[in-house]
Design a protein around this ligand. Structure first.
Ligand code: PLP
Length: 454
């Protein structure tokens, strides 16, 4: 059979509300054309993020009931720890309430003024935690990773020459080398096993610990299996173990590739570092056997980790993105290629070239998608990054719109509906207009600013 189907059936459904276009136009005007201001029950298909929005399985809900809420030594923690160690063979596993809490603990140890921390691309919370400690984060992704049309199979790879030069130049100022798999801020593009090993070897040659930001480790392993020489016949857990075997630790958001609605962890091999991390954990998150989580969350994650590495799931997951990218590409819409693991990115600046960057072509597209079809996406461009620290404004590097897919939540007919919505946007394209921002806060304006249609 060649049709790739959703490898699950549905036991419990969540109704979604169909709204009319006049209703949506009214709601958009009310929230100043900022999609973050919408009530989610007024959204038909919500592609704002894949974080914490996935569907838990019946086995996970059963595990929730098994959860043990003892303050110390809960068997839920034992099951969680075993599930993590089964895939990521680290000595110490420290639960946290989500990924950024693991990062905050990590950089309370490794950060500080004058330090420099390289990665392929730091995710924004990672960068935020590095900078809050006084350190600086640097992105050393390969050049192909910044070219939306390059078909390189591993556009998330670290540039190893640049990393070597960086380690030579910054020497003792580098406390740790990071690598994000898949490269979220770079379009969900994967990192090859060869590159992971190359980064590890370089870090270790310079005496630096190597820490993986592993939020989408299973999607990354699937790309390795499909695209990397010699990996096709290996199982996903084998590939995952190989990825982490060369690292000294990891940070994780279990809201991504662990099928959690909440959760995360920090894992480390070094005993002294782990002791420092646990000290910080107890101060800020909770006791060492629950971090910031309930016992039932730990059990749901333990079960989720066994499901996320299933090949039928990963095939369906990655295929959905590829399908949408192929359809949009065929319509002549500029999309980031090849499709990433968790999201589809549209190059709104290239597509809506009659709207200048300072009139937010990404926002124009995101608003049109909601107005026309009730789909919520996310502008990643000049509205998000354009305001400069000195108060001036300039175009961001790119004006993208991201459609991020919650895990196991939507079906193929939703994918077809999304494609059809783009057909309507194609027809309306030339009539789409830019926006101006009429009210904005000082920081992170994209969450709360108000726009007016030009
Ligand atoms: C989501 C994410 C984080 C932060 O995790 P939260 O659970 O949202 O705090 C860190 N790194 C990457 C790559 C992510 O995608």
């Amino acid at each position: 059979m060649k049709t790739i189907i959703e490898p699950f059936r549905i036991k419990s459904v969540e109704p979604i509300r169909l709204t009319s276009r006049p209703e949506r136009e009214r709601m958009l005007a009310e929230v100043g054309y900022n999609l973050f201001g919408l009530h989610s029950d007024d959204v038909l298909i919500d592609l704002l993020t894949d974080s914490g929005t996935g569907a838990m399985s019946s086995h996970q809900w059963a595990a929730v009931m098994r959860g043990d809420e003892s303050y110390a030594g809960s068997p839920s923690f034992t099951r969680f720890e075993a599930a993590v160690k089964n895939l990521m063979p680290f000595k110490h596993v420290i639960p946290t309430h989500q990924g950024r809490a693991a990062e905050a603990i990590l950089f309370s140890i490794f950060g500080g003024a004058g330090k420099c921390i390289p990665s392929n691309t730091h995710f924004d919370t990672t960068r935020g935690n590095i900078e809050a400690s006084g350190a600086q984060g640097d992105d050393l992704v390969i050049a192909e990773g910044k070219d939306p049309q390059s078909l390189h199979p591993f556009k998330g790879n670290m540039d190893l020459d640049k990393l070597e030069a960086y380690l030579q130049e910054h020497g003792d100022a580098v406390p740790v080398v990071m690598l994000t798999i898949t490269n979220n801020a770079g379009g969900g593009q994967p990192v090859s096993l060869e590159n992971i090993r190359g980064v590890a070897a370089l870090a270790h040659r310079f005496g630096k610990p190597f820490i993986i930001d592993g939020c989408r480790f299973a999607e990354n392993a699937w790309f390795i299996k499909c695209r990397e020489e010699g990996q096709a016949d290996r199982t996903i857990p084998e590939i995952v173990r190989d990825c982490f075997a060369v690292a000294d630790g990891m940070t994780m958001s279990a809201k991504k590739d662990a099928f959690g609605n909440i959760g995360g962890w920090l894992a480390l091999n070094d005993d002294d570092l782990a002791e420092q991390a646990r000290g910080h954990l107890i101060r800020t998150e909770g006791f060492v056997t629950y971090g910031g989580l309930a016992g039932r969350d730990l059990d749901a994650l333990a079960q989720g980790l066994s499901e996320i590495v299933e090949e039928d799931y990963l095939r369906y997951r990655i295929r959905t993105n590829e399908y949408i990218v192929e359809r949009l590409d065929a319509m002549g819409i500029p999309v980031v290629k090849p499709a990433g693991g968790h999201a589809v990115f549209i190059d709104a600046r290239a597509w809506l070239d009659h709207i200048p960057p300072l009139q937010y072509p990404g926002q124009a597209l995101a608003v049109a998608l909601y107005e026309i079809a009730g789909i919520r996406s996310c502008e990643i461009g000049t509205a998000m990054f354009g305001r400069q620290p000195d108060g001036s404004e300039k175009p961001a590097a790119m004006d993208l719109v991201r459609l991020a897919f919650p895990r196991r939540t939507y079906t193929q007919s939703h994918a077809d509906y999304i494609v059809e919505a783009f057909e309507e946007v194609v027809a309306a394209k030339d009539s789409l207009r830019g926006y101006k921002i009429v009210k904005e806060p000082k920081l992170m304006r994209h969450f709360t600013c108000r726009f007016e249609k030009l």
